[in-house]
Ligand binder design. Structure first.
Ligand code: MEV
Length: 311
């Protein structure tokens, strides 16, 4: 009996979300603490999905899985496999709707498992193209940054739908990610920023440009041991995101608490309006203490983690 496995980790946007949809750069980092595993099995009959959200045939999957369904169909077509005789089991530890790239990770793990099942060799480009089918449903007009970061092992500098560069860290940087508990809708958030840009182009463009500027400064800080500067850039970016209307009371509450508890900087990460914050800690011990404090303060989940200097 044939089976195949595909895995994918998640991602975080360090700085530049939303502005990246409108041509500004962004820095995103792979986040290996949570991820998705897909297992394909040969089971006669129609293609079936087995996941926490849905268990049943592909054709009857709920509208929320529309992107994944299209992505599966697209991948089968690409591999010239019939759309039958498969069971796709999806196991994810990524909370969905929290800005961690859950939709893209699910898509990538499934595509990888289908490629493995067919014994096909695939290029990174094919993988991204197929994954972006799902992202178009999840984000409307995605920048592609999520899929790109989920397939990367290093922090990426992303601009105008292209991975431009990997970032060489000068130092270890310790962060805490904390979940506000509210589910955010990236597609809605992206659409609301696009709406603002249309109604007040000059004012909103200025904010997007400012986020771009802050992203350049953050890159420099990552490359030049500039922990404190990086923290300031995160705080400044949060101000602009608030002005774009993509932060909310739950995120603001965690962000202010993290800063009060010594974070060098803190902001929302990903689509916003719900989801997670990312806080820059002073060092490793502080990241663990801060995570614990955020948890006690009411964060639904916390993840202290380190972005390691490349050897
Ligand atoms: C989502 O992780 C990042 C956004 O900028 C949307 C996108 O780039 O597709 C909000």
């Amino acid at each position: 009996e044939q089976t195949a496995i595909g895995i994918a980790h998640s991602k975080l946007i360090l700085i530049g979300e939303h502005a990246v949809v409108h041509g500004q750069p962004a820095i995103a980092i792979p986040f290996p603490l949570v991820g998705v595993e897909s297992v394909i099995e040969y089971v006669p009959g129609s293609v079936k999905i087995d996941s926490t959200f849905y268990h049943g045939p592909l054709e009857h999957a709920p509208a929320a899985l529309e992107g994944i369904v299209s992505c599966i169909k697209g991948t089968l077509e690409h591999l010239q496999l019939p759309c039958s005789d498969l069971l796709i089991r999806i196991k994810s530890s990524i909370p969905p709707g929290k800005g961690l790239g859950s939709s893209a990770s699910v898509a990538i793990s499934i595509i990888r498992s289908l490629f493995a099942y067919s014994n096909d060799h695939y290029s990174e480009e094919e993988l991204l193209k197929l994954a972006n089918i799902a992202e178009t449903f999840a984000h409307g007009a995605p920048s592609g940054i999520d899929t790109m970061t989920i397939t990367s092992e290093s922090p990426v500098w992303y601009e105008k739908e292209h991975l431009i560069d990997f970032i060489n860290l000068s130092d270890d940087f310790h962060f805490v990610v904390a979940d506000s508990g509210r589910i955010g809708d990236t597609r809605l958030a992206v659409e609301s920023v696009a709406g603002l840009l249309k109604s007040a182009p000059r004012r909103i463009q200025k904010k997007l440009d400012r986020i771009g500027e802050l992203t350049y400064l953050a890159k420099h800080a990552l490359e030049k041991k500039g922990k404190h500067i990086l923290g300031q850039m995160l705080n400044e970016a949060q101000k602009e995101l608030e002005a774009l209307g993509v932060s909310d009371a739950g995120l603001d509450r965690l962000i202010h608490f993290a800063r009060k508890e010594g974070a060098l900087g803190a902001k929302l990460t990903g689509g916003g309006n719900g989801g997670c914050i990312i806080a820059l800690a002073q060092n490793e011990v502080h990241s663990r203490q801060l995570a614990e404090k955020l948890r006690k303060f009411g964060a639904h989940a916390v993840w202290p983690f380190v972005l390691k200097k490349q050897e």
